[in-house]
Write a protein that binds this ligand. Structure first.
Ligand SMILES: [Zn+2]
Ligand SMILES: [Zn+2]
Length: 335
């Protein structure tokens, strides 16, 4: 079967032996497609993943072989994520599921950019769902990334009527904004790339260019009776965006950190203290968050239409390049 593997500076197509169940519980899934996640880009670009790694975890596929106590059957089209918490350790008891050791150890094998994958019984029981006919493969591939956003939104514990600013309108920023909208909050967006600002605005997210922080802050103050926004969702990976966040957040407001930044310079201590700010992080979703994400997509409450550019697996390198150069918004790799 075909896989896309990291090989030094490149992603190459390699044939490996077909995955079989061989008496195991779980399922062999023929992958239809897999979204290219920002974390895949980071693992490739910064050489965090070793040669031979098959990236990809935002998969949609058809069950080809199954041995399971679940109700899934051969021929079902399913979506699944890759990690499952143990629900018992100290992290899980404090709902920090993505810190759980078992969560980090579980995965789809060999990885999403593969013709076939093995999903364990645990995956089928906790994080797999049958895809209804009204949703396209590309749309449901947002199941895991939107799950990450759902977790962030829940962690922030917002109040009805809150005004939110999403900093960074790449694919994750945009679906974060769409998610916040679906939960009923007033959402603003900002970015430095005008095409992204235009795209977000066309989807009903009032968005602005924040390259001049003072000007942008005046706009936000204007729209919030001079208070500033109740919460910031930081999806930008730029260190400078931290200044925008601290400037535009309300006193007593929250800053939800949803990205790494190159300099890792951090949030200013005194601003946090004097303004009683809450700065909190959110990483990866629990099975519950994923179920909410699944329901939001399949009920069409969150708009994930027309966001992807499709590449055949043979052109996966181009998909990585085009994502890195911001030529496209979100790549979906078709097997
Ligand atoms: Zn992802
Ligand atoms: Zn655990």
């Amino acid at each position: 079967m075909k896989t896309a593997q990291i090989n030094g500076e490149k992603i190459v197509i390699k044939e490996i032996e077909d995955i079989k169940l061989d008496g195991r519980k779980g399922a062999v899934v023929k992958v239809l497609g897999c979204g290219l996640c920002g974390s895949d880009i980071v693992k490739f670009k910064h050489k965090i993943a070793s040669d031979g790694t098959v990236l990809g975890h935002e998969i949609v596929g058809i069950i080809e072989e199954i041995n399971s106590e679940t109700e899934f059957m051969k021929g079902d089209k399913i979506v699944s994520s890759h990690h499952i918490p143990c629900f018992e350790c100290t992290y899980c008891r404090h709902e920090n599921y993505s810190m759980c050791r078992h969560f980090k150890e579980t995965n789809i094998i060999p990885g999403g950019f593969s013709e076939k994958i093995y999903l364990s019984e645990e995956h089928l029981k906790n994080v797999a769902h049958k895809v209804p006919k009204n949703i396209t493969d590309e749309e449901i591939s947002f199941y895991e990334p939107l799950g990450c956003c759902v977790r962030a939104i829940k962690r922030c514990d917002l109040k009805q009527g809150d005004k939110i600013l999403v900093i960074g309108l790449g694919s994750i920023g945009l679906i974060m904004a769409e998610g916040l909208k679906a939960y009923g909050y007033k959402v603003f967006g900002c970015d430095l790339i005008n095409e992204r600002i235009a795209l977000a605005s066309s989807r009903g997210i009032e968005s602005f260019n924040s390259s001049n922080i003072e000007d942008f802050n005046r706009i936000i103050r204007d729209k919030t009776k001079n208070y500033g926004v109740d919460a910031i969702f930081m999806t930008s990976g730029a260190d400078k965006a931290i200044d925008v966040a601290v400037k535009t957040v309300k006193q007593g407001g929250k800053i939800l950190v949803f990205s790494s930044t190159p300099l890792n310079k951090g949030y200013p201590n005194n601003e946090i203290y004097y303004k009683e700010l809450t700065v909190l992080g959110s990483y990866s979703p629990s099975p519950n968050d994923l179920e909410d994400s699944f329901n939001l997509i399949t009920s069409c409450k969150v708009n994930v239409k027309s966001l992807t550019t499709t590449y055949p697996i043979e052109c996966i390198q181009e998909a990585f390049n085009d994502t890195i150069s911001n030529k496209i918004f979100k790549a979906y790799i078709q097997m």
